[in-house]
Write a protein that binds this ligand. Structure first.
Ligand SMILES: O=C1O[C@H](COP(=O)(O)O)[C@@H](O)[C@H](O)[C@H]1O
Length: 259
């Protein structure tokens, strides 16, 4: 388990730009060292804002997009192209703008996909895709993702892991979630063990309504009550916050990156 590092930027716009810059640097470093890199995307407000900031950044061309594997941490189980799908939003914000290798883009299945309206089968299908991509050195059923991005809801949910729900006890890498408190009710999500396989987990959070959940997650709460508390990377766990989201955490824990 890695100890989280907390960095605070002035507001959501600056936060998104700072995360985009950090992503460029990290992905270029990994590609230089190893040839290719992997990135797990999140949905949600700051997640999509970050992708838009990356699309608008002149530095984005430093990344070799064709040597990047793109995965998702969760998906709203809706038909392909639905505007509420995290995939649709990510494509509009960034993915349609850069020269990706389509074989390296791994969206979670849609409700009109090969398994039809069966989220359990769709989750199993995604788990199988992850297992095929895992290398022996990953020591598990999912790749050791280089960077895994996670937004967080005001209830401290990450991906589609909502407090007290059965998915939090599941040891499979991918699960179907039914009855989510945030619409749509049916979703697919990586579980905590899959998230914890990532080398770096970056929690990206903006907005005052999330401040209490940020405080709880950084105060030793349990992952069943506060799922974000269980989101830790193997090598690094970064909390990247705007000032509003950071306002309830003890000052000794944070570093002010942009005052
Ligand atoms: O529904 C979801 O919500 C969370 C958080 O979203 P936000 O808009 O409150 O930032 C997001 O991380 C997740 O991917 C998404 O499916």
């Amino acid at each position: 388990m890695t100890t989280p590092t907390v960095l605070v930027h002035r507001d959501a716009d600056l936060l998104a730009q700072a995360i985009a810059a950090r992503l460029v640097t990290r992905l270029v470093d990994v590609q230089t060292a190893r040839g290719s890199a992997s990135l797990v995307l999140t949905g949600g407000g700051i997640g999509i804002k970050t992708l838009a900031a990356l699309a608008a950044s002149p530095a984005r061309d430093a990344v070799d997009w064709r040597r990047l594997d793109i995965w998702w941490g969760d998906e709203r189980f809706l038909p392909s192209g639905h505007p509420d799908r995290n995939e649709t939003q990510a494509r509009q914000a960034l993915l349609d703008e850069v020269d990706l290798d389509p074989a390296r883009v791994h969206p979670m299945p849609a409700s009109d996909g090969p398994d039809g309206d069966n989220p359990e089968a769709a989750a199993d299908r995604y788990a199988a895709e992850l297992a095929r991509a895992a290398r022996p050195e990953d020591h598990g059923p999912v790749p050791a993702f280089d960077v895994l991005l996670l937004g967080m809801g005001p209830d401290a949910h990450v991906a589609s892991l909502f407090p007290e729900m059965p998915a939090l006890y599941d040891t499979r890498p991918v699960v179907a979630v039914r009855g989510a408190p945030k619409p749509p009710p049916t979703r697919i999500s990586l579980t905590l063990p899959a998230i914890q396989a990532a080398k770096e987990v970056w929690l990206i959070v903006a907005g005052a309504e999330k401040a209490p959940a940020v405080r709880l997650a950084l105060s030793g709460a349990g992952a069943v009550q506060v799922p974000a508390a269980g989101a830790v990377g193997r090598v690094r766990t970064l909390w990247l916050l705007d000032r509003a989201a950071a306002r309830e955490i003890p000052s000794g824990l944070t570093r002010i990156a942009s005052p």
